[in-house]
Design a protein around this ligand. Structure first.
Ligand SMILES: *Cc1c(COP(=O)(O)O)cnc(C)c1O
Ligand SMILES: *[C@@H]1O[C@H](CO)[C@@H](O)[C@H](O)[C@H]1NC(C)=O
Ligand SMILES: *[C@@H]1O[C@H](CO)[C@@H](O)[C@H](O)[C@H]1NC(C)=O
Length: 564
């Protein structure tokens, strides 16, 4: 926008120069001149303001460093476009993707690529489904997977399936046809508002997942900024560690995103840096309780103060913390303020489908007031199909999921969630304790920050962290590899609470094996080099100034998901 205006101003000045030679003082200021000058001043002011904001927020050195890495990205981008380089990269991409494809797509399976000529019998369909459910997979049933399946016990699954069956045809878009579904949805929101200590007048919506909850919160903040403050170029500020759903929202809704470091030793967002980034276009601040990578709760109290001072929207991402964080205090664990009791908190996203143990596809977004919620509504009064309105992004929605969610909340109740909080957070503390107390582990691994909930992250002191990830994968575990800094995380779930000792044993074995390997390598005089898949991938990712190769690779992976 500024660029186009500057170009226009330059163009006008050229035209003006053409008409008015410098040596004719008699002509005075033409209207064109006036227009040109105003435009120039406007652009100059805008550029100065941007430069000032940049230097104030990042400091002169930070601003120069940012500029430097941008230049590197651009130059590296050109290098990638050199035909010979491009050819090589393509070839390697192709290789990697065919390896991935071989891993992901089962061979020797019948493929159903078109409709069967005649519909199958019920028994045949069920038999096929059974085979699909039993395809070779990482064993979540025995607690080998970080996150993913949060509860997974038979009783609850049976109850949810029955709830599904009763409401399978329903759709909340027709509240008069399916009144029960409307009632259940409203009650789910009321219950979640209650556990997050919402003030009177607070409101909320149900969504299809954490990502959608975050999307609608960002949309609402942007719409409020536009409606109340006339902001046309909105900006938001968050920690680097905040969930990518916020980056998605920034992308979808054209919000400029500033990220802030979450430095060691606390790994909480640097609130001072957040403060320096606030300007007149800022519409939203974000905090996580806790964040996904390290399981750390940001200093929400400080963010809340900042939000109140600057009259800004503060969203707290409790998608992961969901039904654990609100129960920490009652369970007797250490906690930090995070909910609506902090005056500056405007909205909270809480995933019922994580530690709320509802079936996948369910989350909530809560607002301090119904007024704030209104900014996420969509209303179209003049459609030929009639007046159309929907509270969120979806049109038709599955009532069955609402019943599944409602049934889960009712069946667990306060006591159920308290109990699962004690089990899950208790196990997390046990794992942290083991890593810090067992000498062989403590000498090689370091826990990041002080995890208060169900996620713990650790990095290797001397070893290559990714070699540990891959060695654990060999042992059947599915842990998450992190980057910047390289680390590993475990999201503790009910299945993991039963087998955490095996996790520690395996980790101990892996670490001592890696230490041995490292010693052998040092003896043979071999440099530390990445030797496993994850190590190579993240080694490469970290060293690239321009990550477009990685983006291409990941796009290829997404394509594979739809390869029949
Ligand atoms: C899981 C998660 C989300 C949302 O993820 P969905 O997969 O869309 O439910 C948001 N924030 C955090 C911290 C999360 O862990
Ligand atoms: C990174 O490289 C790609 C491919 O050459 C290019 O399209 C892109 O513009 C580059 N990014 C930047 C910021 O220059
Ligand atoms: C459950 O999920 C569906 C879609 O995934 C959503 O439309 C509905 O509002 C959700 N209900 C609850 C109670 O979270």
């Amino acid at each position: 926008m500024t660029l186009t205006l500057t170009a226009l101003a330059t163009l006008l000045s050229v035209i003006a120069l053409d008409k008015r030679p410098w040596n004719s003082p008699s002509m005075g200021l033409t209207i064109l001149d006036l227009f040109r000058n105003t435009l120039f001043i406007y652009c100059a002011l805008r550029w100065t303001q941007r430069a000032f904001w940049k230097i104030r927020s990042r400091g002169p050195i930070g601003a120069v460093l940012e500029f430097y890495s941008e230049i590197r990205r651009i130059i590296y981008g050109y290098i990638l476009r050199v035909p010979s380089v491009r050819g090589q990269v393509r070839e390697q991409l192709g290789d990697t993707l065919s390896k991935l494809s071989a891993k992901l797509i089962p061979v020797n399976q019948p493929h159903h690529l078109s409709l069967p000529e005649h519909g199958l019998d019920e028994d045949d369909v069920l038999a096929e489904l059974d085979k699909l459910a039993k395809l070779d997979h990482v064993n979540w049933e025995e607690g080998y997977v970080s996150g993913a399946v949060y509860h997974g016990e038979e009783d609850l699954i049976r109850l949810q399936s029955e709830a599904f069956a009763k409401f399978i045809v329903t759709n909340p878009i027709h509240p008069d046809v399916f009144p029960g579904v409307r009632k259940m949805e409203a009650e789910v929101v009321a219950k979640v508002l209650d556990i997050f200590n919402a003030p009177p007048g607070a409101a909320g919506v149900c969504t299809s997942g954490g990502t959608e909850s975050i999307l609608v919160a960002c949309l609402a903040a942007r719409q409020k900024g536009a409606a109340e403050r006339g902001i046309s170029e909105p900006e938001m500020i968050m920690a680097e560690t905040a969930h990518p759903a916020f980056r998605k929202a920034a992308d979808y809704f054209k919000i400029k995103l500033h990220t802030v470091a979450s430095p060691a030793p606390s790994y909480q967002v640097d609130v001072k840096a957040v403060g320096r980034l606030i300007n007149s276009n800022t519409v939203m601040l974000v905090g996580s309780a806790p964040n996904f990578p390290h399981g750390i709760i940001d200093d929400i109290s400080a963010l809340s103060k900042l939000a109140l001072q600057s009259k800004l929207w503060l969203h707290v991402d409790c998608c992961l913390g969901s039904f654990l964080v609100p129960f920490l205090e009652k369970a007797g664990f250490k906690t930090q303020p995070f909910d609506f009791r902090l005056e500056g908190v405007s909205s909270i996203s809480c995933d019922t489908h994580k530690y709320g143990f509802a079936p996948k596809g369910n989350s909530t977004c809560l607002y301090r007031s119904a007024e704030l919620r209104k900014y996420q509504y969509y209303v179209c009064p003049d459609w030929s199909g009639g007046v159309y309105a929907s509270p969120g992004m979806a049109g038709s929605r599955p009532g069955a999921l609402i019943a599944g969610c409602w049934a889960s909340l009712m069946s667990l109740g306060n006591s159920g969630y308290l109990d699962s909080c004690i089990r899950i957070v208790g196990t997390t503390k046990q794992i942290v304790c083991a890593i810090q107390r067992v000498p062989e582990l403590n000498s090689e691994l370091e826990i990041l920050g002080n995890p208060l909930v169900s996620i713990l992250a650790f990095k290797a002191r001397n070893l290559n962290t990714y070699h540990i990830v891959d060695a654990m994968t060999e042992k059947g575990w599915h842990l998450n590899a992190l980057q910047n800094p390289p680390a590993i995380h475990v999201a503790v779930t009910i299945p993991i609470t039963k087998v955490w000792e095996r996790l520690i044993d395996d980790l101990q074995q892996v670490v001592s094996e890696e230490v041995e390997k490292e010693r052998a390598r040092a003896k043979a005089g071999i440099k530390k080099e990445p030797t496993s898949d994850t190590a190579v991938l993240y080694g490469l990712a970290g060293s690239l100034p321009n990550k477009s190769v990685l983006v291409d690779l990941t796009n290829g992976f997404l394509d594979l998901l739809y390869k029949a």
